[in-house]
Design a protein around this ligand. Structure first.
Ligand SMILES: [Zn+2]
Length: 387
């Protein structure tokens, strides 16, 4: 029995059938979000069965779209590490680090790409095409290779050293574009798509959000229903924030949450903070950040195609958005390394910097349990060692 029903546009609510090749809403280009028959799922499956045995993201297939081949490189099952020393220096209650660096290709992008590439295989695609500041491109290259699917990756020239070569090692067609991520996206659009080539950029492909929801399922499973009060996530295009929000909405509707949904926090760098600016001004949409500058290339993203959904995720969960300086990010990277034994990516370090800022402001209380997410492996950011 499968419960996947198709997709619905997050903006205009147009329905798009399961199996459609549309990656975004055909009416308004809004993000397509997968829908499930949660009523029947709740009747057929218990919470214990949902979190039952198995490994990887596909054990949660009742809340994932249906694909004929579930491509996997062993993504998921990342550790949730309690960090009591960091909790006391940060001034919160129990603190856990979800260490996504242990995924294939070293980042949380693996979860989304496993689903996205499985979808492309079903569509009979020849190639997946993406602009990427690093980790998403690497994940596409690897999962494409695993599935026998070609990958074309547009990499901005400011991307950390070694990413292009590593993508090429998987056999991907790598094109380096002068500038930052939007320049790479423009180059992709200018080149166009041949038959069988599909863009799987952020929010132009509905599988990626679904795959990333499994971070929330693993946290719920591991904490055995002691849902954290806060989940802090570094935010560029916003897929992770929307994925957490959607996962908890589904769990809540299924009656599988013991308490309230966690409050979701988006962390950005002060040099690129369109979510924070929109959140603080009460806006429902974001304005593109004019000149994004930060050492954290994964969140050097000046806007989001799902800005309405990202802002709703923060507001409807009682969360917030916070920006931190690059200096605070570096401090936090060393703080996490020395206080918890995890040297994070700059984006992962930003979540600790955000936590410290929010406890100092009194937003996060001294008893509040918190999960922060180290989204990627640090080794592609060797400049962090030159401090
Ligand atoms: Zn629409």
């Amino acid at each position: 029995m499968r419960y996947f029903e198709g997709y619905r546009c997050g903006n205009c609510e147009r329905d798009v059938p399961a199996g459609s090749a549309a990656g975004e809403c055909p009416s308004c280009s809004g993000p397509l979000l997968a829908r499930y028959d949660l009523g029947i799922l709740k009747r057929n499956v218990t919470r214990e069965e949902f979190y039952g045995p198995g490994r990887g993201i596909w054990r949660f297939r009742d809340l994932l779209p249906v694909y004929s081949r579930e491509i996997s490189l062993g993504e998921g099952n990342t550790p949730l590490i309690e960090a009591p020393a960091l909790a006391s220096t940060a001034g919160c209650g129990r603190l856990y680090i979800k260490n996504e660096a242990l995924n294939p290709t070293g980042s949380f992008k693996a979860r989304g790409m496993a689903a996205a590439v499985s979808r492309l295989v079903d569509l009979g695609a020849r190639a997946g095409v993406i602009p990427s500041a690093g980790n998403a491109g690497l994940a596409l290259a690897a999962y494409g290779a695993a599935a026998g699917l070609a990958a074309r990756i547009y990499i901005p020239s400011v991307t950390p050293e070694g990413v292009e070569e590593e993508c090429a090692a998987y056999g991907a067609d790598v094109r380096t574009i002068e500038g930052i991520l939007p320049d790479a996206a423009r180059a992709m659009a200018d080149d166009g798509f041949e038959e069988g080539e599909f863009a799987i950029s952020t929010f132009r492909e509905p599988g990626r959000v679904e795959g990333k929801k499994t971070m929330a399922f693993e946290i719920e499973d591991e904490l055995d229903g002691r849902t954290p009060r806060w989940i802090i996530f570094p935010t560029g295009g916003g897929t992770g924030v929307v994925a957490f929000w959607k996962a908890y909405l589904e769990l809540e509707e299924l009656g599988w949450l013991a308490g309230e949904k966690p409050r979701i926090v988006a962390v950005q760098s002060e040099g690129c903070a369109p979510v924070v600016k929109a959140f603080e001004s009460g806006a429902e949409t974001m304005t593109t950040w004019p000149v994004p500058v930060t050492i954290a290339s994964g969140i050097r993203v000046p806007g989001s195609r799902a800005d309405r959904q990202v802002l709703r995720a923060l507001r409807e969960t009682g969360g917030t958005a916070v920006s931190v300086t690059d200096e605070a990010i570096l401090d936090a990277a060393y703080g996490m390394a020395r206080g918890a034994g995890i040297f994070p990516s700059p984006e992962g370090a930003a979540t600790l910097a955000g936590l410290i800022k929010l406890t100092a402001a009194g937003t996060i209380g001294p008893e509040d349990p918190v999960v922060i997410v180290n989204t990627a492996d640090w080794t592609r950011y060797r400049f962090m060692l030159e401090r």
